[in-house]
Write a protein that binds this ligand. Structure first.
Ligand code: DX5
Ligand code: ZN
Length: 219
């Protein structure tokens, strides 16, 4: 049985009831809390910053999976380690010295993730894959929740899986954007290990049941 991880994105939570929504994830079948940090420069939107992450961390009981959609992420590696991030993902497109950045993330005791925009080819990870704990494949253009899933993602999962196997790496494959019960099984069959889901979970009538449904169909 496959142990697919489900990571609800708190971007789609009700920020007026953030503690309630974090606790919903705590008691659900979810595995990680996915935390989206947007700076209004790397992506055309600003989400939330350190004080909000601190509030989330205060109530969260599962690993914090932090996705930095920001320029120059090196400036904030220690900050997010201190806030309690378990996984810290930076964008390939935002890193001039990606290998150094990955080492810096690990030196702070976190798992190192690299997120790829939809246009960024898997082959660009050829020389760093063995240093990457999680590759986050963006299945929408980052910046907003609730967008439609880009179908080319399946080919990218397969190409990434092949690279991981060829290089003998232990990298996990995370899919972020437009994930729902419609595509969850196919994504896992293609090779995904972690599914991020924002609007599909939080806009549903019963988010706890929706998380269980995603967990069940990806077994
Ligand atoms: C998009 C974010 C995603 C987003 C996913 O830029 O990185 O994590 O919250 O939201 P949905 O699941 O609604 O596409
Ligand atoms: Zn994300």
């Amino acid at each position: 049985m496959k142990q697919t991880k489900i990571a609800p994105s708190l971007l789609a939570a009700d920020f007026g009831n953030l503690q309630r929504d974090v606790e919903m994830v705590n008691t659900s079948d979810a595995d990680w809390h996915h935390i989206d940090i947007m700076d209004g420069v790397f992506v055309p939107n600003i989400s939330y910053g350190m004080p909000v992450v601190k509030a989330i961390a205060k109530h969260a009981t599962k690993p914090l999976d932090v996705h930095l959609m920001i320029v120059d992420p090196d400036r904030y590696i220690k900050t997010f380690a201190d806030l309690g991030a378990a996984v810290l993902s930076v964008h390939y497109e935002a890193c001039t010295h990606l290998h150094r950045t990955l080492q810096a993330i690990k030196a702070e005791g976190m798992k190192a993730g690299v997120a790829l925009n939809p246009h960024t080819n898997i082959a660009l990870l050829e020389d760093t894959i063995n240093a990457i704990d999680v590759v986050c494949l963006m299945s929408v253009n980052p910046g907003f929740g609730g967008q439609s899933f880009i179908e080319n993602t399946y080919d990218k999962i397969k190409a990434l899986k092949a690279l991981i196997l060829r290089k003998g790496a232990n990298t996990l494959i995370e899919i972020d954007g437009g994930v729902s019960s419609e595509n969850a099984k196919a994504l896992v069959d293609a090779g995904a290990d972690i599914l991020v889901a924002g609007s599909f979970v939080f806009n549903s009538k019963n988010p706890t049941a929706t998380i269980s449904q995603l967990k069940e169909i990806t077994k």
